[in-house]
Write a protein that binds this ligand. Structure first.
Ligand code: NCD
Length: 298
């Protein structure tokens, strides 16, 4: 049984195979009934628009169907059911489970109690592998990933998308510039892992200082929901913003990515610039998640 929990479990060949499969799907070379008769459970203990809807749509496009737990308040979670019990029960109803949960490690725990494959759709500040695959897919459509210079900007402390992406980029010889407001730097554990993998990471506090040398700028929102209180969030909110003027300092081929949702970290005037790839990036969630579902379910 194949779970997809963390980028740490994947080597470059496994990632490349999924990206190639997504490419074939985007070129419409796939069997639209490949997952006919299969059922996917969507268990989201945290808000989601893109991840939930694109998994659901991906499943439908492969002939399968989805069932959802609905909101936490509307489910037995509200009665105090443990994650382990929910997973034990739901895995008897379906062929695979997509799980998003506020606690780091939740998806790994779920995989230990599940009789069907589990895909991690975000575990607290931990990992978000399907997002990483679509991020890499978007980069690869624009330029070779090998040796790419990527600036990670924003909440690198709590932003699980940056943790997953940084680890995956280390498989491609990427150089990473980590640009974070004070207090939101990449966790030391991730920095150590990247160093062990031989990845060059340089830390900056201002994007202006590094944008001219980047191929990819990966912007993230401050993860307000992970802050201990509103005051500490407000201290940091709005401390960076991508504008057309700022992009003017970059090389022409720079692409700007964002996992979305954005709050105010990208000026809407950037949307019309050829560098802005974040909406295309979100759309790549369909072929990439179709490839993932095919891999774990077919
Ligand atoms: C991200 C997440 O949930 O980690 N959203 C997403 O899946 N595209 C990013 C975020 O919420 O900021």
């Amino acid at each position: 049984m194949r779970h997809i929990i963390s980028v740490r479990d994947m080597d470059r060949a496994a990632i490349d195979a999924l990206l190639d499969a997504a490419y074939e799907i985007e070129a419409r070379r796939y069997n639209p009934q490949r997952l006919a008769g299969k059922i996917l459970a969507l268990l989201f203990y945290e808000p989601s628009t893109r991840t939930r809807m694109s998994f659901e749509s991906a499943m439908a496009r492969l002939g399968g169907s989805s069932v959802t737990m609905g909101s936490v308040e509307a489910s037995s979670v509200a009665k105090g059911e443990t994650l382990a019990d929910t997973i034990r029960v739901v895995s008897g109803y379906v062929d695979a489970i997509v799980l998003r949960h506020p606690k780091e490690g939740a998806a790994r725990l779920a995989s230990e109690f599940s009789s069907v494959p589990v895909i991690n759709a975000g575990d607290g500040a931990g990992q978000h592998p399907s997002q990483t695959l679509l991020d890499l897919y978007t980069i690869r459509r624009a330029m070779p990933i090998n040796g790419v210079r990527v600036g990670l900007l924003g909440d690198l402390r709590y932003g699980r998308t940056t943790h997953s992406l940084a680890l995956a980029l280390s498989l491609y010889g990427a150089e990473i510039a980590a640009v974070a407001p004070k207090g939101l730097e990449l966790p030391s554990g991730i920095l150590r892992e990247l160093a062990d993998r031989g990845t060059s990471v340089t830390e900056y506090s201002a994007i202006e200082d590094v944008i001219a040398g980047l191929d990819v700028l990966y912007v993230t929102r401050i993860q307000r929901e992970r802050f201990p209180d509103t005051a500490s969030y407000l201290d940091i909110a709005s401390s960076y913003r991508i504008t057309p003027e700022l992009i003017g300092l970059a090389r022409d081929h720079l692409i700007v990515l964002h996992p979305l949702p954005r709050v105010d970290e990208i000026d809407p005037r950037v949307d019309a610039m050829p560098n802005a790839k974040y909406f295309e990036q979100a759309h790549h969630g369909i072929p990439v998640r179709m490839a993932m579902l095919s891999e774990v379910l077919a």
